[in-house]
Design a protein around this ligand. Structure first.
Ligand SMILES: Nc1ncnc2c1ncn2[C@@H]1O[C@H](COP(=O)(O)OP(=O)(O)OP(=O)(O)O)[C@@H](O)[C@H]1O
Length: 717
């Protein structure tokens, strides 16, 4: 008879397991299987450890022992795997406690700090780092009680880092934030509150504690197997408690997750999809839509979703970029058959040609392009009267009723003119798709639940939400019934690089009270992050819903060298500097290094210069890098959502960043000017935050105004 047991593995034990050899990892895997099947199996030598009724050990193989916390009858938690000698020598080193803030179980192995901090007397001259906070305050913020006395002794950053190595997540987050200069109130609001337990915490109730998301455990074999395999990546298993809470929370409606670059928004979106899929009844359809802005990011989401949940998960999820989705809807209805879609960047040229052809000189092509794309198509306005009433929040100058009348007439003629040539734009496709989906949703409502027509999806998850247009949102809204867990949007308005400004509530997407923000960067070092934030100085960003967003509390635990800044007097000299930098990095062609420049022309010129030196270069196209090995190169737009170990941003000169041409609107359309300038600043911010370890910034002539005096001063001599 099998006497099965529950065995979950604490994330901190996973970390230890990952350090083991392949064979030993395999032994742990086997052990877990055996233990779950029958913990009383004599080969497992399950026995209580001296000194604590809840700590047990079991045999993994001849050398390794598992340390287990006994939760309840047949319920165990694997908290560590150690060499057998270490297990029995010093049992006092392990402490476990239920954290009073998060309600999660925290196990701390005090051994590694034994020599560095514990028992050491503080040198008289150095003040402890956290002296100004009382014990009660630190505990209220969630610092683990067993570490309190050690926290008190920390007097420099090195010791802090040593302590953080063994500290539970919340303790690490709190101490780091306090050390960064955040106040008690700020830490409580930004670090502690988001992970606070929803229910009352009883520190003696291990059963309740192990079930809370704050007890970070892995329990299913698939996750374990992935972890033991070669292909495992940390994000697949180790979610930060703040991330996990967002992934698992049942919401009463649409939810938005914001947060700076690299804080794991995409990771959260992927896990959210997996979570929603796990809750679905079995079936062969695809009730979940996962969408993003461009093609290469959709391809990347697909790869990562397979890594997370395999083909089984993929089978329940539609992954498609937003414009392709719109064009599929349009194709399904047979609208636009035979028409070719032209790139939106060419719309102004089309308007110019049209105005010239009809001899219209009273209107500026740029103005009409923006009005047509932003307001008329952007908001899916179907009639002149709708346009008369439309709000034009992100547009520059006001337009009178007579002018609106004229604009409407012109846009109708323009659409026909395009149609006669057999072309239309992505914006038109999106507006048409929204219209079709809104009609479809109305038909569903009319017939009621008994009808055969259904909403296309049960859940919609959107990455890079900041770049979708109002038409896109209207289409998505109509595709999913309003209700719990209907829409999950992740994005960062600081990274908006297409000119789409929306207020979600006006589009039927109500995120009020269901907005959260991630603040811990997993990608970029503190040094790069500080420089990137400095480039954003003075700009104000929206929250997709009429309010303001900011990057307060955005931080990183990673450390590295300072970014470098390189001036040149000419473009030729700048290109030489770029080549020198690459050479100093060893010209790596493994895809770990990328160069990012503001324009297509500069891509071509830098490529030619490097190829002349024999350096292999791979351009990043709309579907990602085109080809094999080489240093990646692309315009700033192409770098959305990507990451590299080392990045060069070149051409960061005045006139290029921001683009000189936007100056034409400085006086005539100041709002538009501000918006375009903000967009260029965001592009630079996106580029700078793609770097994991090293960032080098280059320019010639006058540096971009986004590079502050302080940054320019850091220039290499
Ligand atoms: N919990 C985690 N554990 C380990 N790594 C993580 C975790 N969360 C995120 N990461 C890593 O951090 C990096 C950034 O994650 P992700 O791309 O999801 O961030 P993002 O917020 O979407 O960034 P961006 O806004 O710049 O596109 C990735 O390399 C990811 O694997």
């Amino acid at each position: 008879m099998s006497t099965g047991a529950t065995l979950r593995t604490l994330v901190s034990a996973d970390k230890e397991i990952m350090k083991l050899s392949r064979t030993d990892k395999g032994a742990v895997y086997e052990f877990q299987h055996k233990f779950r099947h029958n913990p009383a199996n004599p080969g497992l030598h399950l026995k209580q450890l001296k000194g604590d009724a809840k700590l047990w050990s079991a045999r993994v193989n001849a050398e390794l022992r598992a340390i287990l916390l006994h939760i309840a009858a047949q319920d165990y938690l694997l908290i560590d795997v150690k060499h057998r000698k270490e297990v029995y020598d010093d049992l006092d080193r392990y402490t476990y406690k239920v954290n009073r803030v998060t309600g999660g179980i925290e196990v701390i192995d005090l051994e590694p700090v034994g020599d560095s901090i514990i028992g050491r007397l503080l040198p008289a001259e150095s003040a402890p780092l956290f002296a100004k906070f009382s014990d009660a305050q630190l505990l209220e913020l969630g610092v683990a009680e067993p570490l309190l006395e050690h926290v008190r002794k920390v007097s420099n950053e090195e010791e802090l880092l040593a302590l953080l190595e063994i500290a539970p997540q919340l303790t690490a987050d709190v101490l780091f934030a306090l050390n960064d200069g955040m106040t008690y109130e700020q830490v409580r609001e930004q670090v502690t509150d988001p992970v606070r337990s929803d229910d009352l915490v009883d520190p003696d109730d291990l059963v309740a504690a192990v079930a809370r998301p704050a007890t970070q455990v892995t329990s299913d074999d698939e996750a374990l197997q992935a972890m033991l395999g070669e292909s495992f990546e940390r994000w697949q298993i180790f979610l930060h408690p703040t991330q996990r809470k967002l992934v698992e929370k049942t919401t009463s409606g649409a939810t938005r997750v914001g947060g700076g670059p690299g804080t794991g928004k995409t990771i959260v979106a992927l896990h959210r999809v997996a979570h929603l899929a796990a809750e679905l009844e079995a079936g062969a359809d695809k009730p979940i839509l996962l969408t993003t802005f461009n093609r290469n990011l959709a391809a990347d989401l697909r790869t990562r979703l397979i890594a997370l949940g395999g083909q089984e998960l993929l089978a329940r999820v539609e992954i498609i970029n937003i414009d392709k989705l719109a064009s599929r809807i349009v194709a399904e209805s047979k609208t636009g058959v035979g028409k070719r879609v032209v790139d939106d960047t060419r719309v102004a040229d089309q308007w110019r040609a049209f105005l010239a052809e009809i001899g219209e000189t009273g209107w500026d092509a740029e103005f009409l392009t923006a009005e047509w794309t932003q307001v008329i198509l952007g908001q899916v306005l179907n009639s002149r009267s709708e346009y008369f009433k439309a709000r034009r929040p992100a547009r520059g100058r006001p337009v009178s009723r007579e002018e609106r009348d004229e604009i409407w007439r012109l846009t109708e003629r323009f659409a026909t003119w395009l149609d006669n040539q057999g072309i239309w734009t992505w914006r038109q496709v999106a507006a048409e798709a929204a219209r079709l989906e809104i009609d479809r949703a109305a038909r569903i409502d009319e017939v009621g639940p008994g009808g055969s027509l259904r909403h296309r999806y049960r859940h919609v998850v959107v990455d890079e939400a900041q770049d979708l247009s109002a038409a896109h949102w209207k289409m998505l809204r109509a595709m999913v019934p309003v209700g719990s867990d209907d829409m999950f949007l992740v994005g960062d308005t600081h990274q908006r690089i297409y000119d789409n400004h929306v207020t979600l509530s006006s589009l039927g997407i109500n995120i009020r009270g269901r907005s959260a923000r991630l603040t811990l960067s997993y990608r970029t070092t503190r040094q790069i992050l500080a420089a990137a934030l400095e480039m954003m100085t003075g700009e104000v960003y929206d929250d997709l819903d009429g309010g303001e967003d900011n990057l307060a509390g955005y931080r990183s635990l990673l450390r590295g060298g300072r970014p470098t800044f390189h001036a040149a007097s000419t473009w030729a000299q700048e290109k030489n500097n770029i080549a020198d930098q690459l050479q100093a990095w060893g010209n790596p062609v493994d895809g770990s290094v990328a160069i990012c420049v503001p324009t297509r022309e500069l891509v071509a010129e830098v490529t030619a210069r490097l190829q002349a030196d024999g350096v292999a270069v791979v351009e990043i196209g709309p579907d990602g890098p085109k080809g094999g090995e080489g240093v990646h190169i692309g315009t700033m737009h192409r770098f959305k959502g990507l990451e590299y170990q080392r990045m060069i941003i070149a051409g960061v000169s005045d006139g290029l960043v921001p683009r000189q041409m936007i100056g034409q609107w400085r006086d005539t359309e100041p709002k538009r000017y501000q918006r375009e300038r903000q967009r260029d600043r965001s592009l630079l911010f996106v580029a700078a935050t793609r770097a994991r370890d090293e960032l080098a910034v280059f320019w010639h002539g006058t540096p971009s105004p986004f590079l502050t005096h302080h940054l320019v001063q850091q220039q290499a001599v």
